[in-house]
Design a protein around this ligand. Structure first.
Ligand code: CIR
Length: 256
């Protein structure tokens, strides 16, 4: 029903990009084990998981979400805002061509997939330090012919739009009000994260189920109280390099 493309943790993970959190020692072996558990959790939620081999020269390459956007009709290879991450794109694009036609964001545009939140036929794109106006405009032009609208959203104090807001179901979002304005999402029901857990807004929706980091029990309680089925995974060593759960996979529908 769903395919999830993932890439195993790079042995160079400690050389990752960091923007909003201080550098902390990363246990790379534990990161690899947590990534394996994450892949198993995706399988348990109904995904066919592809685990591409680690890229020793690309520290952030486990965060495959940032290098592509996958829709039913087409995939977009991005041009990440961090130059150190641009070498990650080609390997994922090759894999995606087995599933979708692939278009690309070109220089001087920059776009990180972590900034792209698809809600129905509108793609909300974070105007972050990683995705620039040219990249967002290119995305709009590439997708207009497929009937998808693109709308820029200002973010503040966080890496990507999906650090601040993700989708829980067709009508409901989980949102961190310090990092994005809820008014940008008029018409949606909003559940806010617990204020004691500022990084908790990044959850991965697979059908009717949600996957989230184990380190946010208060926000998880809010979600289970609201009736959601939530699986928690320990991703501590993937959070130190400023990742979370959406960033470690590209999940898309199998079109049969
Ligand atoms: C970076 O700064 O690019 C990586 N260290 C973390 C990327 C996380 N990506 C995401 O949440 N979509």
């Amino acid at each position: 029903m769903w395919t999830a493309i993932t890439r195993e943790v790079s042995p160079a993970l400690a050389g990752c990009q960091l923007s909003f959190i201080p550098r902390d020692a990363i246990d790379v072996a534990l990161a690899g084990a947590q990534h394996r558990d994450y892949r198993h959790a995706l399988e348990a939620l109904g995904c066919r998981v592809l685990a591409l081999p680690a890229e020793p020269a690309l520290p952030d390459s486990v965060f495959v979400e940032d290098v592509a956007i996958v829709l039913d009709e087409v995939a977009i290879a991005t041009r990440p805002g961090a130059p150190s991450r641009r070498g990650e794109v080609a390997g994922i694009a090759v894999e995606l061509r087995r599933h979708r036609p692939v278009l690309a964001i070109e220089a001087p545009g920059t776009l990180d997939g972590g900034d792209v939140l698809r809600l129905g036929r509108t793609l909300y794109v974070g105007q972050s330090g990683r995705s620039n106006a040219d990249g967002i405009a290119q995305l709009g032009q590439l997708l207009a012919g497929f009937g998808h609208a693109v709308r820029g959203v200002p973010t503040r104090g966080c890496l990507h739009l999906k650090s601040a807001v993700t989708q829980l179901d067709d009508d409901t979002l989980l949102l961190q009000p310090a990092w994005v304005d809820r008014e940008r999402f008029a018409g949606f029901r909003i559940i806010e994260i617990d204020p004691a857990e500022p990084h908790a807004a990044n959850v991965l929706r697979i059908g009717d189920a949600l996957l989230m980091p184990a380190s946010f029990p208060r926000t998880r309680q809010r979600l289970t109280d609201a009736g959601y089925s939530v699986t928690a995974v320990d991703v501590s060593e993937l959070q130190k390099p400023e990742g979370a759960v959406t960033c470690c996979s590209l999940v898309f529908r199998d079109l049969g």
